[in-house]
Design a protein. Structure first.
Ligand code: ZN
Length: 817
């Protein structure tokens, strides 16, 4: 699963942390689920009651005792109505408490014997009880989207979300990740809809009542949480890898962009098959985009679902495919997660660390090391927080299993794999992966199996590595000092570990006299450790962790001269980034300014953007830089760089750039267009507003909303008040730009105090949507607070339509309560 990390920013910005909502630390040991009975096969027949948001189901569940004889069977079945249970035609007795279904089998079965129970039931997802913790709403498993077709802007859809243990909301099963079953599903739906499930669509039968029954069959075995169904009106865009069907299910208006979004999937399948040494093990690969999806994306075997964020238009795709790493992430789960499954949620990282690291691997393969390393730093940033630093990677004492889906299991896990790869070398790392996947395929794994596989392949003991990184917490916090003994011509590198847990690790140190380094590989295993190196001329730079692989926070005291040299000789993205960052506040120094100026032409676009953002153009020596930025604005190969250059030039507030801004409005890139439009607004308000108001196409308005909404807010454009009303949330909560957030808050006040009913409705709808979709993160409470505030403003107004406005807000509040 790919979570939407920006949600965390959302809660931080509101000052309401998820952690505060939960009480205490759990001390209960979270074991792997005991295996009494093993699932063998699951056959389902389902049809949907749209009026009630329920599903009528029949299940044939085949099981076998795990080891000991059984005469009882316990299944997970959440909030169902159970109508009948039989086996071999005999009615069976059962007890059901709305959560666990205990069946008397009327027979004793021994290991190796298979038996099948038949259960007729009704799934009632809306009745699924909330979990104990107030902040965490248990998932419904089966989601009906606009089932009564009351929302003209929303298509009717059904989709499921099994992880963690919500598949048992729609079929009785042993809902644990250490169970594996093959599957068949017969789905009966109105004939106008398409369906998607795991495995292959074997048969479609039209029924006399206008419905159709689709038969999906999945022959291999996977965990119950990976079961999936979707129903709705979708266009299916067909692609292929070798003779395996690769299909993209999107809403019709996005059909032209499906290839632009998902088209690299076959190349990814090829790359991951090669990398792991295990050929893609499943019969097809489909991806679907679901409305109001509750997470980022989910790796249901052969039937991945993505959230609406995956939808992008042509002009957005010109800039970058922001969903590409998520596509890689879900695909790599088909090896790590679907083929070999974490045996318990405590061990979730053996799924998620690999899915996370696959994003690095894909970027490295496709776009080179700089892009991958830039991504790695972002991921590490997503891990580093006081809260995360106290969590073990493998965690047997979590509070809620949903808590395992965090920056530790994902981001830190990925960064640890990167270190392991660096320590073992590429070939051993790949061979270890192959070993782990082959030894445990169609079964489960935990961190120890991973260790054993890498140990077997490399011949190295890895307990020291796993003990500190997998079964403990934190990371090295290093204070590094360089002491030069000029007479002896020796530099001593003093390394102090300041964190609570002591770590040991290999470290590469490079000493530069001029452009070529002398490289030393050392081992740090004490709280304080010093290493001395001889030199001829005083080194221009000592680069600690030269390979940039250690997960650590390193602080040292590099001089301006060191940093200038670091930019010049540093081969890695992290080197150049550190240099630019360190020099930003030193631009009065000519060499520092020259370095940032040079970075305007860095080979990696991310660093060009960083240099544009940070260069001080008020410096009289920066004339050349202005020329460079002018040229980047029109001709950089990356449109994201062009857009940033345009914004930088807009800071001059100078009419001489009007032509540039106007011409850039016809760019194919939405980033360039948006940047040009905002820039134009500062120098020629009327022209910018005329252009902004001329855009009527919904998709174009969507792709340019980051520019359009603030402009309409600043201008208080009455004709756009309804559009603004529905598009405030992202800017209010998910932006890091404080000034911009203030603009959106101003927009919020504008709509809250407006008599426009459509704008009020759009505002209310967007907050209700946010609150219901992310209820499990506590978003409903925040949305409720906001709407109460709007209600107060409307009540205090003296608008003629005051009552109607109040009703709109009250209805929204009622929907959230
Ligand atoms: Zn994942």
């Amino acid at each position: 699963m790919k979570i939407r990390l920006f949600l965390l920013c959302f809660f931080l910005s509101i000052g309401l942390s998820i952690a505060q909502e939960k009480e205490g630390i759990n001390t209960e040991y979270r074991a792997e689920r005991e295996k009494v009975s093993d699932l063998v096969h699951t056959k389902l027949k389902v049809n949907f009651d749209y009026a009630k948001s329920q599903m009528a189901g029949e299940a044939w569940i085949t099981l076998t005792p795990h080891f000991y004889n059984v005469s009882d069977l316990e299944l997970d079945a959440k909030a169902m109505l159970i109508h009948e249970i039989t086996s071999n035609g005999k009615v069976l007795k059962y007890e059901y408490d709305g959560n666990k279904l205990n069946i008397k089998l009327g027979n004793t079965y021994a290991k190796g014997e298979e038996y099948t129970v038949y259960i007729k039931y009704t799934a009632r997802p809306e009745e699924v009880e909330q979990e104990g913790s107030a902040a965490i709403t248990s998932a419904k498993g089966l989601y009906f989207i606009d089932p009564l077709e009351t929302d003209p802007n929303k298509p009717t859809q059904i989709w499921t979300q099994g992880e963690t243990e919500a598949s048992s909301c729609w079929f009785p099963t042993i809902d644990a990740p250490n169970q594996k079953t093959s599957q068949e599903i017969y789905m009966t739906v109105p004939d106008r809809y398409v369906t998607l499930s795991n495995g292959l669509l074997k048969e479609q039968t039209k029924n006399s009542d206008g419905t159709r029954t689709d038969y999906w069959k999945f022959d291999k075995k996977h965990a119950p949480y990976l079961f999936f169904m979707a129903v709705g009106e979708f266009s299916i865009v067909e692609d292929k890898w070798k003779d395996i069907a690769v299909d993209y299910y999107v809403e019709k208006e996005y059909e032209p962009y499906a290839m632009g979004t998902f088209g690299l999937t076959p190349e990814m399948i090829e790359f991951f098959s090669d990398y792991t040494g295990v050929v893609y093990p499943w019969s097809k690969y489909a991806q679907i985009i679901g409305r109001d999806y509750v997470s980022g994306a989910m790796e249901n075997t052969t039937a991945v679902i993505h959230g609406e964020m995956a939808y992008q238009t042509a002009s957005e795709l010109v800039d970058e495919n922001t969903w590409e790493s998520t596509i890689a992430h879900e695909l790599f789960h088909h090896w790590f997660g679907d083929l070999v499954t974490a045996e318990s949620w405590s061990n979730l990282t053996v799924n998620e660390s690999f899915a996370n690291y696959s994003q690095y691997l894909w970027y490295e393969y496709k776009y080179g090391r700089d892009h991958a390393d830039s991504h790695r730093l972002d991921e590490i940033e997503g891990y580093i927080s006081p809260e995360n630093e106290l969590k073990d990677l493998v965690r047997y004492h979590y509070n809620s299993k949903e808590d395992m889906f965090d920056g530790v299991s994902y981001n830190k896990g990925g960064a640890i794999l990167h270190m392991l790869r660096s320590y073992l070398g590429d070939d051993a790392f790949k061979a270890g992966i192959k070993q782990y996947l082959t030894d445990n395929q169609y079964g489960t794994g935990e961190a120890h199996q991973l260790r054993l596989a890498f140990e077997e392949v490399s011949g190295k003991d890895l307990n020291w590595f796993f003990n500190q990184w997998y079964f403990s917490n934190g990371h090295p916090m290093l204070e590094v000092k360089y002491v030069y003994s000029e007479e002896a011509k020796i530099v001593t590198v003093q390394i102090e570990q300041t964190q609570a847990n002591l770590f040991e690790f290999p470290l590469a140190i490079e000493v530069f006299e001029g452009d070529t380094p002398k490289r030393y590989e050392v081992w740090v295993d004490q709280k304080s450790k010093s290493f001395s190196f001889k030199y001829t001329d005083k080194p221009d730079l000592v680069n600690v962790d030269a390979d940039r692989t250690l997960l650590a926070v390193i602080s040292d005291e590099k001089t301006v001269e060191n940093l200038v040299h670091l930019y010049k000789v540093g081969k890695k993205f992290e080197d150049r980034k550190e240099a630019i960052e360190g020099l930003v506040n030193e631009q009065a120094n000519e060499e520092a300014l020259k370095t940032i100026q040079a970075a305007l032409n860095d080979s990696y676009y991310g660093l060009r953007i960083m240099a544009i953002e940070n260069i001080d153009l008020s410096n009289s020596n920066a004339k050349k830089a202005i020329k460079t930025i002018e040229s980047l604005a029109t001709s950089d190969e990356k449109t994201l760089v062009q857009a940033k250059a345009i914004s930088k030039l807009a800071e001059f507030d100078d009419m001489k750039y009007v032509d540039l801004f106007n011409e850039s409005l016809s760019s194919a890139s939405s980033a360039v267009k948006g940047s040009a439009l905002k820039s134009l607004y500062w120098v020629d308000k009327d022209a910018a507003l005329t252009y902004a108001n001329s855009i009527t196409d919904d998709l174009e308005k969507e792709s340019l909303k980051a520019a359009l909404v603030p402009i309409f807010i600043m201008d208080k454009t009455e004709s756009q008040v309804a559009y603004v009303g529905g598009n405030l949330i992202s800017g209010m909560f998910f932006s890091e730009d404080k000034e911009l957030v203030d603009t959106y808050k101003e927009g919020f006040q504008w709509i809250a105090g407006s008599a426009d009913q459509e704008a009020t409705q759009n505002l209310v709808d967007s907050f209700v949507q946010l609150g219901t979709q992310y209820k499990q993160y506590g978003a409903d409470k925040i949305a409720l607070q906001v709407l109460q505030q709007v209600l107060g403003v409307k009540k205090a107004s003296d608008f003629e339509n005051k009552e109607a406005l109040i009703k709109i807000v009250q209805d929204g509040i009622a929907n959230l309560e």
